[in-house]
Structure formats: C-alpha cells, structure tokens
Ligand binder design. Structure first.
Ligand SMILES: C[C@@H](O)[C@H](N)C(=O)O
Ligand SMILES: C[C@@H](O)[C@H](N)C(=O)O
Lengths: 158, 158
C-alpha cells in the first residue's frame, strides 16, 4: 500500500482576508491582486467560490505584517469595483497534511477532516492540491489540531 | 531571474458541486466527504470559504461520471445536516498554471488573472498551491483561456 502522507505542518502567523459578494465579472480578481501586489504584500493561498448569483467570495491569506496597508488598498479597490465587503482575521492557524498523489488516494481529506472533527476543531477554510491539504482553523485550536492530524496519519513513527 | 512557471494545463471533464450555506460546525465536511467517498466518487479539488455567519460554502470537483449517485448522497447528507443547498455544474473547464515556488513569486497569480481578464473570461473558482494555480471557468472559454495563459507566460518557446 502506498505511503501517501509524509508529514503535517502548522502555520500560525497568518492573516486572512475574506471578500464577500464581490462582483463576479471578468477583471475583478486581476484588479484586486494587482493592487495588493503593488503594495508589496505577499499573498499565500487564494480560494474563490462562486455563489452563482452574480457575486463570488474570495479569501486569501498573507504573512502577518502590515495589515493596515492591506486594508487601505483592498477597501479602496472594493469601493472602485462597486461591490463586496472585506473581513480581516488574524486569530488563525493553518494546519496541513503534506504528501504525494493525494488526490487519487480517496479518503486522505476525509481522514484529516475526521481527525479535526473528533477534537471539535471547526474548519473555516479548505484548500487542496496533489501535495497538500490545508485547513484554516482558530489559532486557539492549533496545537490540538496538529496533534490530532499527526496521530490520525501515524506520523510519529520514523 | 527564476523561471517559475513551467507549463499550463486544461481539464475539461469535470463536474463541480457547490454547497452553499452549510452549517459551519465541526464534523460537517468530515460527514459530507465520508458519504461521497463511500459512494466511490473520486474527489478532485476541495475549496471552502467561511461566511463568518454560521455558514460556509464548500465547492468540490469530481471526474465526470455518475452525477446521479453524487446528487443522491449529497442531497441526503445535507438534509441530515439540516442546512445547505447543492448546485451541480458540468459545463466547466479547469485551466491551471504549473510550476515551482509559485507563492514566493508575487505576481504569478495576478498575471494569470490578468490574462484571463483581457479575454473577458470569467473566473468562477480559484485554488492555489506552491506548484499549481487553478481557475475554473465556463467550458466554452476553455480553448481561449488556455491560449491566453500560454501566451502570457511565454510557454510556446522551448
Ligand atoms: C470574482 C472574480 O474572480 C471574477 N469572476 C473575475 O474573473 O475576476
Ligand atoms: C463547514 C465545515 O467545514 C465545518 N466548519 C467543519 O468543520 O466540518
């Protein structure tokens, strides 16, 4: 049987920007991330869902740092775009399972979600790829979440 | 200067499930993906945003296949969970930029979004990792989107 999951990781210094109900039209995210980049803000993950009602929700994480600058450029751009509101949240952590071929391996994500659920850790954001499944959770849950995922995948053994 | 982007890819056979307003409580996604897995449905990407109002929006893609089975298990689980509605959409494509170290390289995502914006391609979902930035778009935009991204990153040259 393949060993698919090779490790887990925890990131505690991050700020999440949640943009609710931005206009779901071409050019919107190009403009938003363009001004964020011009302000020299380094973006970590980007997640977008469409609400299929003319609006979309975009979340992105940045390294802790100058949230004041971030707010200025994002709020200004949302005004120009004529829609959407921004919530800034720094009381977070990102717990990840790292491995290879994780999509073909059905059940890896479910196992991670189950481990967090058993510890009553609420999952706020999810982002997946072949090599990483990440969940954003409350900072207070960070250590408990890491332990739970570590145990669920037997990562303690060499 | 680093060559960060090594290629782009297009996936045209996928179905997206958009779950709007699911209860934002521990155990919810563990249950949803558990029943999806039990029905032998292979999940591709999972994206979740929190609405910070007690509900969350979860999108996931599956290989084209038995959407009928998928609907049965998902609709049943949402009823049990007491909240949320599901939209199933197969008229989609996923265009991706593939590379390494793409997060440190500010501007790769913005460049991709800009390329799609100039072609008036609407981005419905976004998911990013260090090795891949993926955008879900309308199937009708697939070829135009791939060409635009290919050109933006000069991928035609050997
Ligand atoms: C919401 C945003 O992604 C928009 N659909 C765009 O293409 O830019
Ligand atoms: C919405 C869903 O992710 C929920 N927050 C959970 O932890 O399962």
């Amino acid at each position: 049987e393949h060993i698919v999951v090779s490790g887990c990781a925890l990131k505690k210094d991050l700020t999440r920007v949640t943009l609710k109900h931005v206009p779901d039209q071409p050019g919107v995210v190009a403009q938003i991330f363009s001004v964020v980049g011009e302000a020299n803000i380094v973006v970590d993950d980007i997640i977008q869902n469409t609400m299929e009602d003319g609006t979309a929700n975009v979340s992105f994480t940045v390294e802790h740092g100058d949230v004041a600058d971030l707010k200025i450029v994002v709020d200004k751009k949302l005004k120009e775009l004529g829609g959407g509101s921004a919530i800034y949240d720094a009381n977070l952590a990102k717990v990840s399972v790292v491995g290879v071929g994780m999509k073909q391996s059905t059940g890896v994500a479910t196992k991670m979600f189950g481990a967090l659920a058993r510890e009553k850790v609420n999952i706020q954001n999810i982002s997946t790829s072949e090599i990483r499944i990440s969940c954003i959770i409350a900072k207070a849950d960070a250590e408990k979440a890491l332990k739970a995922v570590h145990a669920a995948f037997d990562l303690g053994k060499a």
